[in-house]
Design a protein around this ligand. Sequence first.
Ligand SMILES: NC(=O)c1ccc[n+]([C@@H]2O[C@H](COP(=O)([O-])OP(=O)(O)OC[C@H]3O[C@@H](n4cnc5c(N)ncnc54)[C@H](OP(=O)(O)O)[C@@H]3O)[C@@H](O)[C@H]2O)c1
Length: 232
Amino acid sequence: MAQAFARKMANDGFDLVLAGRNTDELDAIRRDLLVRSPSCSVQCLFFDAMDMESHREMIDRLSPLPEVAACFVGSMGDEIAARCDAGALALILRSNFEGPANVLGIVAKRFEDRGSGTIVGISSVAGERGRKTNYIYGSAKAGFTAFLSGLRNQLQSAGVHVVTVLPGFVATKMTSHLSLPPALTAKPEAVASAIAKAIRKETNVIYVKPVWFVIMTIIKAIPESIFKKMSL
Ligand SMILES: NC(=O)c1ccc[n+]([C@@H]2O[C@H](COP(=O)([O-])OP(=O)(O)OC[C@H]3O[C@@H](n4cnc5c(N)ncnc54)[C@H](OP(=O)(O)O)[C@@H]3O)[C@@H](O)[C@H]2O)c1
């Protein structure tokens, strides 16, 4: 998803800074972007969402401060192990919630001081209701969704906008081992276009495929006494 979004933004004329922990892959993406959009500038920065002490220094290296900061970091981890293993639990909570919240919180303060900017966080419909198959990942995403909502509320008077992205199923590396229903599954390019549109229109929360809004409205309305007996 991040790569598709980078392509979309480069195609739309933005200069880019790519931040990630796999520097060889980042450099390959940078070279690909320069071939596709030769007039844009692309820098790469090392970024490990789990290493929260390093985030401030990474943000200090952004010059100029960007107009848009988008965080696609996330990991499904080992959901079963995370139920009773502190390390597996921490990996899911930190990569989906604490790390993204920490780095975006630092960016948010800089945007607030400047008086402009857009923050984009990729959360998940999994955070809208705890299900037995993925409630650790889901609770991390629920925390991140609440974080983004509060940040939006805090920053609106400062001229800073926050977009929460609830992608539904997307065909990416993360889901490559799953058999996803085509009607409910978006392509990364569709996610990228939906985010670019949300940035332009200052939309607050987006479901990439609108059917997910309907599905989640129904799922959230099911009484807990019934929901606990369901296999969703
Ligand atoms: N695919 C779906 O169906 C779906 C649905 C809802 C929400 N989401 C969310 O969408 C976002 C993007 O996921 P995706 O589907 O595009 O899968 P992906 O290709 O696996 O992207 C996840 C990205 O997070 C990065 N990451 C994980 N831990 C990190 C860390 N500690 N430091 C820095 N980077 C880290 C990964 O980098 P590495 O390459 O270094 O591992 C990878 O680039 C995630 O937040 C995911 O939870 C996905």
